[in-house]
Design a protein around this ligand. Sequence first.
Ligand SMILES: Cc1cc2nc3c(=O)[nH]c(=O)nc-3n(C[C@H](O)[C@H](O)[C@H](O)COP(=O)(O)O)c2cc1C
Length: 324
Amino acid sequence: MALPPPVTRTIALKCLRRHIHRHGGMRVVVPKITRLFSSSDCAQASKDRDAESSRYSDRQSSPLREFNASPSFQYTRSPNPSWKLGQSHTLQHENQKEWKSDEMQGWKTWQMDETPSRDIYRLLTSAVVPRPIAFVSTLSANGVPNLAPFSYFSMVAHNPPLISVSFSLSPKRPKDTRENILATKEFTVSIINEAFVEAANATSVEAPADIDEWQLSGLTMAKSTDVNPPWVRESAVGLECELFHTYDICPPSSDEITHTLVLGLIKRAHVRSSVMKDDGTVDPLKLRAVSRLGGNTYARIGEGFEVPRPSWKVMRHEIEAQDH
Ligand SMILES: Cc1cc2nc3c(=O)[nH]c(=O)nc-3n(C[C@H](O)[C@H](O)[C@H](O)COP(=O)(O)O)c2cc1C
């Protein structure tokens, strides 16, 4: 595929501005629904989103420290290295005592089928953390490039190498990434790292399908080998994927598709040499991947510890020794 020639950020944004002036209102196609969004629809959508973001923010108005740009990852001992098989919760550190006493405050329980989906979204996206983020690049059937982040993302298998991405659908507008994957059967996933998280976040804007988020992001296309969509040159990891399977998800006793789960077969992986360790794994210190927590919060990986995988042979001996 011929990639667009490199353009400077200013020229790219100028092109976008011209495009927006020329095409005015935004034509958005949703399965079975076609409508024109007026600028007042968009203003309302943006107000709703701002209100949602501020409701969400955990950090209130306290002043923030500067981002600590020095490499942050370090290994420590595990929290409770002297723990023995079958031993009940030990209260070694202050924070473990607090963790135990917090339990006394009791539990809140949600009956999911009686909870509005907005509340479920807020609850689960802040509870199921940290989530890795897939930076997904696709091309539309007409060749328009598209780039957006998705944190309903995981690795699901290594033989064959499969990843999953899930798209939340709204009757108001389609997810261009989903449309493009269904149309072209291919995409790439790049891993987002600290160096370009703001640029990656900018591509989550709900722009019309004919807007190229690459130009907003200032990021660079790296040519793929096995698929047509490019991956992100600034990323330390780029995965070229073919569509393996899709699964439309409807709530029980409804035929409204609310999500589409996509499985992608990784055909080729690109990893920066500088992040590779000698043992064939990626060094988390160098990768500096960011993850998604609830609301607008991203997190970096600060510390790690190793807890060896248990062996039944060793464990059996330990159990027998405890019995005597
Ligand atoms: C960090 C982050 C993670 C996101 N994760 C998801 C996700 O997992 N699924 C989803 O449908 N939208 C997710 N979004 C929202 C999409 O990025 C957003 O709707 C975007 O406009 C989709 O772009 P597209 O229409 O070009 O595909 C996420 C946004 C951000 C900022």
